[in-house]
Design a protein around this ligand. Sequence first.
Ligand SMILES: *Cc1c(COP(=O)(O)O)cnc(C)c1O
Length: 409
Amino acid sequence: MTHDGIDHHRGHGDRAGARPHPETRAVHPSLTHPTGSRPLGMPIYQAHTFAFDGAEEMAAAFEGPHSAFLYGRWSNPTVRALEDAVNDLEGGAGALASASGMGTINAVLMALLRSGDHVIAQSCLYGGTYAVLNDLAGRWGVEVTHVSGDDPAEVRAALRPRTRLLILETIANPTTQVADLPALAAAAREAGVTTMVDNTFAPVLCRPLDHGADIVVHSATKYIGGHADIVGGVAVFADEVLHHRVWKQATELGATPDPFAAWLTLRGFATLPLRIARASETALDLARRLAAHPAVTHVAHPGLPGHPQHELARRLMPGGGGGVLSFELQGGREAGRTFTDAVQVARLAASLGDVSTLVMHPASTSHRQLDAAALTAAGIGEGTVRVAVGLEHPDDLWADFEQALAKAS
Ligand SMILES: *Cc1c(COP(=O)(O)O)cnc(C)c1O
């Protein structure tokens, strides 16, 4: 470092005795790394390979998720900044970012499961997770037992000698069921089984590691990114051995995040606590107003006193029950479709955790292949509408919902 506090790395062009050819000079430019500068945010390190002074130092960089930067599929400074931020939020021993939530979930499943192993999973699971478990069952003989998510006795009854993993979701979609994380994770722990909790619906509100989980996964596409512009995932681990194991698998799997996507995610992360608090508050407000509307027969939000896990939700998420709610329309399938076609402030779109409010009618879109019986089993009615609340003023959203409800009545 020189007197100006800046690292100057001179290219070979200046070091070599004879002046090298243009080709050589072009690939070895004189670089100035402004380590003396102090940017408030993390810059984008759009770089995939990092140089070393010696083989020993380079060899050490192959060793683990906290090593020196080596190659982009192992890690990257911008990506690591995102991992550190989410790790800090969840109170973990280390985090791993991926190119998508499914990239994260696949890295965990592939790291922890061998053929013939057994998994216990909550029945009401994200569709992608459900599909991967089905694939693992069909192709690698991984067996899956589904449990309700309410009762640790079901977990104990499902345990087998080769049970490796319990999979839960803090808040399930679109039922807003809240899993009894402390009781279920304790049942798994007694048997030496690892618990993975998908906390996509409740970042900040709930810290599953504090309730006995071993791994927390997020689709950062949703609340953490928060602006409908990136796809990403993050896993946080309670201990370093698990972190190392899944990181190693992830380097082989290759669902590595791009530094630019990681940078956008970090930018969203800065306002995550404010956004999720506001979305939770507005969701509960809308849930109460919907519950009093004559066209609505049922409303699900963990903050409503009539919610089956209301007391549990208050314990696990004292800061609010999340930004997702669902409600059932008297008029069934036709009414559900009419409502989601009629909204003007809210948008008809998949996903959740965005700055704008998104609605969808599962029976005619995401769950259209399910017949009435299968819908009921998934906790979805013909007239169920899922609302993922954004940051609009609640009165504007309610005015929009009122006019859409009038059309759907
Ligand atoms: C969206 C979602 C995922 C998958 O995340 P992607 O980023 O779309 O791969 C996993 N779990 C839950 C609960 C989700 O909502």
